[in-house]
Design a binder for this molecule. Structure first.
Ligand code: 3PY
Ligand code: MG
Length: 256
């Protein structure tokens, strides 16, 4: 089975998956992490240094390790969705989706007609999906995922409407921004009780809508707890966190 097909089946089965999170512009960093026991690698164009060129190369290098790559696009840059899917991303995460209108605009770029308005041009996705062009056209909407981030009060208020948009396959919780929003800008507490309550609410509403929940976890213990709650994809990381933790552990060995 192709990387895309295997990922889609695992997501449908609902088995908890763990993603590495990469902000480095150097695709070799994503490739190194792809060879660890992560199920997928997410390339971050929102806060990371990953641009279109680095994402296109990163997707190929991650695929070379047999893993699916997911891309988080910049805020509101919904047209980047089709480009990343054309390059072979297995899913696209859109940050700050705050209304049904945002969700519809995102889904339009993620899905071919009649669901959306994605334009034809899957240059690298054809090879990665292992499909002939006409089969890619008929199967891509189901094989790839459009994942809308819920990380503001507006998004929580519009949650049911966002979940109801055809073409939005899953929602992705951003606990850091959510903690800032829920505290009126007073705190950054991604593991606060208020955030946990919001996560549980999103899980209940998504379940009712038949949609999946993904989330940024950060530390592995938090990712394990998310998996137990029924979050299907939890991101661990990021690459800079791994680098700093490794450096700090090494330096501790010489008393620094
Ligand atoms: C958040 O926690 O706000 C995120 O966007 C995760 O990267
Ligand atoms: Mg965020």
């Amino acid at each position: 089975m192709s990387i895309h097909g295997g990922f889609a089946s695992r997501l449908t089965a609902g088995e908890p998956l763990f993603s590495a999170w990469v902000g480095s512009r150097e695709p070799a960093v994503a490739a190194v992490l792809a060879r660890e026991a992560f199920d997928l690698v997410t390339l971050d164009m929102q806060h990371g240094a990953v641009d279109i060129d680095a994402a296109i190369r990163g997707i190929q290098l991650v695929a070379g390790a047999g893993k699916p790559a997911v891309v988080r696009i910049p805020v509101g840059d919904f047209q980047a969705t089709s480009r990343m899917l054309d390059a072979g991303a297995a899913a696209v995460i859109a940050p700050m989706v705050n209304s049904a209108a945002d969700a519809r605009a995102f889904a339009a770029f993620a899905k071919f007609p009649p669901l959306g308005e994605r334009s034809w041009g899957p240059h690298a996705a054809l090879a990665l999906s292992g499909l002939a062009p006409k089969d890619y056209l008929s199967r891509a909407n189901g094989l790839t995922r459009a994942v809308a981030m819920i990380e503001t009060r507006a998004a929580l208020d519009a949650l049911d409407d966002i979940l109801a948009v055809d073409g939005i396959d899953a929602v992705f919780i951003g606990p850091s921004d959510l903690s800032i929003a829920l505290s009126g800008g007073r705190e950054l507490e991604p593991e606060s009780a208020a955030v946990d309550e919001a996560i549980d609410h999103v899980l209940v509403r998504a379940r009712a809508a038949g949609k999946a929940v993904w989330a940024y976890a950060g530390p592995p213990e938090r990712a394990a707890a998310f998996a137990r709650k029924g979050i299907v994809v939890s991101a661990i990381g990021s690459d800079t966190v791994f680098l700093r933790q490794g450096a700090q552990a090494a330096l501790a060995g010489v008393g620094r």
